[in-house]
Design a binder for this molecule. Structure first.
Ligand code: 5GP
Length: 190
């Protein structure tokens, strides 16, 4: 099986990385396929099992850890596990496509360490912690408690930005989308 490349987008929750990843997935010539993560968190709103995530029970998730089925996994928030199944990357490479990840900073850096040459690791930086708070509140998908948990984590995540290959500042979405498209396109053609 020939290996494709790996494009990692990591950022604190609410930075806009999911919007950037969706934009890139809409550009056919990039030949990207989304890495569907497994998670033990509850399904939100319109999310679909097997499309947004593979929703697993905590028990199923832990069995997969035991069986060494993950390329990387993290307890991103307390009791909320997230991970990339090895079979997911194999599935996408078998399609002859490149993999794009929307994952937390530790997972992103772990993938970069495992596949240093094949991976472009991008950090999406929000304008400020205050702006992040506003965006998370506007999204109305998490309780106040969960928002505070995400904000507390964001400061630590911001400190890891220099470890990534590139940083995209998301203070203007159109600019960030253009920058992402150029970076990914150049990396895939290099
Ligand atoms: P959410 O609950 O908002 O969907 O995701 C919470 C966080 O978990 C986000 O930062 C998201 O990028 C991250 N995440 C999603 N999938 C994975 C994964 O497979 N591995 C890791 N390490 N983090 C993930």
């Amino acid at each position: 099986m020939s290996k494709g490349k790996l494009i990692v987008f990591s950022a604190p929750s609410g930075s806009g990385k999911t919007t950037i990843v969706r934009h890139l997935l809409g550009i056919d010539k990039l030949n990207l396929e989304f890495s569907i993560s497994a998670t033990s968190r509850e399904k939100r709103g319109e999310e679909v099992d097997g499309k947004d995530y593979y929703f697993l029970s905590s028990k199923e998730f832990k069995n997969n850890i035991k069986n060494d089925a993950f390329l990387e996994w993290e307890e991103v928030y307390r009791d909320n596990f997230y991970g990339t199944l090895k079979t997911e990357v194999e599935r996408i490479w078998a399609l002859g496509k490149h993999v794009i990840f929307d994952i937390d900073v530790s997972g992103g850096l772990r993938i970069k360490r495992k596949f240093p040459k094949e991976t472009l690791a991008v950090f999406v930086k929000p304008p400020s912690i205050d702006e992040l708070k506003i965006r998370l509140k506007k999204r109305k998908t998490e309780s106040a408690d969960k928002i505070n948990m995400r904000i507390a984590k964001a400061s630590a995540e911001l400190a890891t930005a220099p470890l990534f290959d590139v940083i995209i500042e998301n203070d203007n979405l159109d600019k960030a989308l253009n920058e992402a498209e150029t970076l990914v396109s150049e990396f895939l053609n290099s």
